[in-house]
Ligand binder design. Structure first.
Ligand code: URA
Length: 429
């Protein structure tokens, strides 16, 4: 086969054959299709799209490029959650031990942050001693012993995606719905989970800025998962404003522990409970039957917190150790009194990134203590001169650029100017 023929076929709007897809993905992974040829094909896919059959086969080819984990025989059903990424999205932290406390096993292979969105592994690594890299054997042991494991995906899992994602990142081709769907689902299916709940974010802080694209992405991923025997459900959730009141690694861990202790911000609790209920249902567990708890009960009675402590310890972390704190803080005050009518997730994420919470290149280190604390959420009253944000950074020199991006991040108006939007917008199954 010839790469140029495959590129031409997609460029002209044709449907690639299963043989063409298998060949091009495999040959690219082996280094036999050049980077510039795959760039051209990725751009053709972005512009022309893919049919459901093509996306399914593309996912299959990426899966075939690496190993597949097998978590059958654990004695409890496995279920995972994947979020398409947002600002202040620390949900994996309270969710994994909550679902484990309710009786399912949660193999949560997670990533690091890139750009304005944070990564679960960076957050967890702010816990002193905690280790993200586990062998497959260690993963199974932790999962069996604790009911949950949060760790990095090994290099053997969907290597075709690893290579292709890096290429898409530098060729303006990340935003292709079929490519995003195949990328996410190849990793999730390879991870060997029996069921999967997708949290597809919509809004300024998300990949998908509008509801129609988010719905299309959700439908495509649910179709791929179901087609591969993984019970898959997606919730479309709002990411116009950040989740919770903290954005930044250690700040978000502290907030997650508040939620696990029965408190925490209402939106983080609501989403944790909504996703946990979906995960239990997808795993075939019914609260109230066979000793299965409802997730809200597990948060309230301390069992989710106990499960978190076991889970953290199993990976070398000390749940009682003080979390890292940034050396410097600066408060940004509200210029006028009124109701906070808008708080832009993207800009808050960018501010946290400029403070040192995120990285520009994969090899950069993050500051664990850096980030933004939000003193008001949309719909809440603010008073002129009262704190709106507290910025945390290791170097005071970072504050001006973070403050500059926050200037256009919010509106303060009348109470009647504020229209609340539901956090969970839709469900796709
Ligand atoms: N996350 C992924 O894993 N892949 C994408 O393509 C986009 C987001």
């Amino acid at each position: 086969m010839d790469a140029v023929d495959v590129i031409r076929a997609k460029r002209d709007g044709g449907e690639l054959t299963p043989e063409q897809i298998d060949w091009v993905v495999g040959a690219y992974t082996r280094g036999e299709v050049a980077e510039e040829q795959m760039s051209a094909l990725a751009m053709a896919v972005l512009l022309r799209g893919m049919t459901a059959a093509e996306v399914g086969r593309w996912t299959e080819a990426m899966l075939a490029s690496g190993e597949r984990l097998d978590f059958t025989g654990l004695g409890r059903p496995t279920v995972d959650k994947h979020s398409t990424g947002g600002v202040g999205d620390k949900i994996t932290l309270p969710l994994t031990p909550t679902v484990a406390a309710c009786g399912a096993a949660v193999p949560q292979l997670s990533g690091r942050g890139l750009g304005h969105t944070g990564g679960t592994l960076d957050k967890m690594e702010s816990i002193p001693g905690w280790r993200a890299s586990l062998s497959t054997g260690e993963m199974r042991t932790v999962l069996t012993d604790t009911g949950g494991v949060i760790c990095a995906a090994g290099p053997g899992l969907a290597p075709a995606d690893r290579k292709l994602y890096a290429l898409r990142d530098v060729t303006g081709t990340v935003e292709s719905i079929p490519m995003i769907a195949a990328s996410i689902m190849s990793k999730k299916i390879a991870e060997g989970t029996g069921a999967l709940v997708l949290d597809v974010k919509v809004g300024s802080g998300a990949f998908m800025k509008d509801l129609d694209s988010a719905r299309e992405l959700a439908r495509t991923m649910v179709g791929i998962g179901t087609g591969h025997g993984v019970r898959t459900v997606a919730l479309l959730t709002d990411m116009a404003a950040p989740l919770g009141r903290t954005v930044g690694n250690a700040l978000e861990v502290a907030e997650a522990v508040e939620v696990l202790s029965g408190g925490g911000p209402a939106d983080v609790v609501e989403l944790t409970v909504a996703l946990a209920r979906e995960m239990l249902a997808a795993a075939g567990l019914t609260p109230g039957r066979g000793g299965v708890k409802d997730p809200a009960e597990a948060l309230a009675d301390g069992s989710a917190l106990a499960s978190w402590r076991v889970l953290v310890r199993a990976q070398g972390g000390d749940p009682d150790a003080p979390l890292p704190e940034a050396a410097e803080t600066r408060t940004v005050s509200a210029p006028v009194s009124g109701t906070l009518t808008r708080l832009d997730a993207y800009r808050v994420g960018l501010a946290a990134w400029r403070l040192g919470a995120g990285r520009a290149r994969k090899e950069d280190a993050v500051s664990f203590g850096a980030g933004v604390v939000l003193h008001a959420k949309p719909g809440e009253p603010v008073g002129a001169g009262e704190p709106l944000f507290t910025l945390h950074a290791d170097e005071a020199a970072r504050f001006d650029r973070a403050e500059a991006v926050l200037e256009g991040a919010f509106d303060i108006g009348r109470e009647t100017d504020f229209a609340a939007v539901p956090l969970v917008i839709d469900r796709v199954a």
